[in-house]
Design a protein around this ligand. Sequence first.
Ligand code: FAD
Ligand code: MLT
Ligand code: ZN
Length: 486
Amino acid sequence: MLSLSKARHQTYELTAAQLEALDKIKTVIGPSGYITELDAMQPHVVDWRGIYKGRAELVVYPKTTQEVADIVKICARAMLPIVPQGGNTSMCGGSVPLDSSPSIVLCLSRMNRIRDFDKNNYTMTVEAGCILQKLQQIASESDRYFPLSLAAEGSCMIGGNLATNAGGTNVLRYGNARELVLGLEVVLPDGQILEGLHALRKDNTGYDLKHLFLGSEGTLGIITAAVLKLFPKPQGIYAAYCAVSSVSAAIELLNRARTESGDCVETFELISRLVMDLVLKHIPNSQDPLNQRYQHYVLLELVSTAEDSRELYNRFETILGKAMEDGLILDAALAQSEVQRQAFWSLRENATESQKIEGASIKHDISVPISVIPEFYETAWNAVLEVEPEARLIAFGHAGDGNLHFNVAEPELGKTEDFIDNWDKINEAVHRTVHKYGGSISAEHGIGQLKREELAHYKTETALQVMQKIKTALDPNSIMNPGKVI
Ligand code: FAD
Ligand code: MLT
Ligand code: ZN
């Protein structure tokens, strides 16, 4: 075993085969297709939250599926691990290398072509490195709608979205990323290319293999392209920012809005008091749309694809008016312009950024059945207060599909050390409550490095064994994103 890496990393050594593989990869990809300088690699080896700081021998930017396949073949032969990477916005450390073993980062950013756009089939075939926001724009310019939407859409890439089965704000109406995919092209851990770019809504020919890779977080193969479903472009989008009297009232409002609008609810986001305070405190030009402070808010959006959607607007007003009469809503603002609608969204979408600026927070990306959200909310918060009586609750997110970001912020007095010492106990208090209500400890962000132990704790033995069998069958030498998920 050569100890070249010893000089740079005190923790691991590369084998001769791995060193040789690095040289072969550089030849395949060419000088403009990789970086090795430590500084230049920083954005690829530290995660968005700054929690995981890994190391890579090389960051490569392949331009074609064949280049990806050639690189994977070289790595497979040398047993050199690969970390597939999109926008590196993972919330659970899934997209950065470990610092305890050699690996390369394979970034898909240069594979960003639209291979096909079929308006009448309502599909587009795109490469993994396409930025999500770009895809939304391309669909809209052709009078179509690609509904996957999340606050990271300006930098996350569709390959990462599919690998994490991303959720976001439109799951209530369109489902998670996996429901938006018809076909997939994947490079397997042995370098073979799994061709599956079918643009069919029906195809019952054996196991639906794409679903193995959707949500696999880069541990079973590298997604290089996908056929995405498109929808008719919305003609009328109406947003309301409502102060609700309680979390229960919010769920009652959701039910009414769904039934009385003809199920035109596109978005239903819950926002707690502290989220509003942090956004107003840290995000310039943020404004509270209501003139009093309330404890709970809902950002509710109705959408119509019918030309004349004024009728929906009127129905929306009636729903809100009746909800106010019945005490579900304490106050509300119905956006009168696109600028105002965007301002509402900015309050919601800056929740994460403002938390990061405020300081340490223990994040929970949980889901429970929608009907038990109010009970979960109260029980989980009481369980947290038993651990840390002065903790502050930053609760927000996609209540419309049962997914809450139930984050716990350090006490205002800034006792960060004790707070961080209580990390595991606070985590356990929330996740124990989630489990009690039949929920999930990771609704949309995935497992990555952050939740591997908890996955092993909360998943059944049988489920873990089946996952391990699939992993061993496809990636027997564990070169695909080692140390993530299982
Ligand atoms: P990366 O972070 O680069 O990678 C994510 C995982 O996928 C890693 O395990 C990586 O190895 C793997 N991977 C990446 N590309 C490929 C590929 N081509 N083939 C195989 N594996 C691959 N997530 C939500 O679901 N909903 C939200 O509402 C949401 N909001 C967010 C808001 C902010 C401000 C931030 C920073 C993040 C948010 N996220 C959210 C988390 C994150 O944006 C998503 O998980 C997103 O799908 C990751 O995409 P990415 O391109 O950044 O992937
Ligand atoms: C969101 O909904 O904004 C994200 O999932 C990010 C977060 O959980 O902070
Ligand atoms: Zn979210």
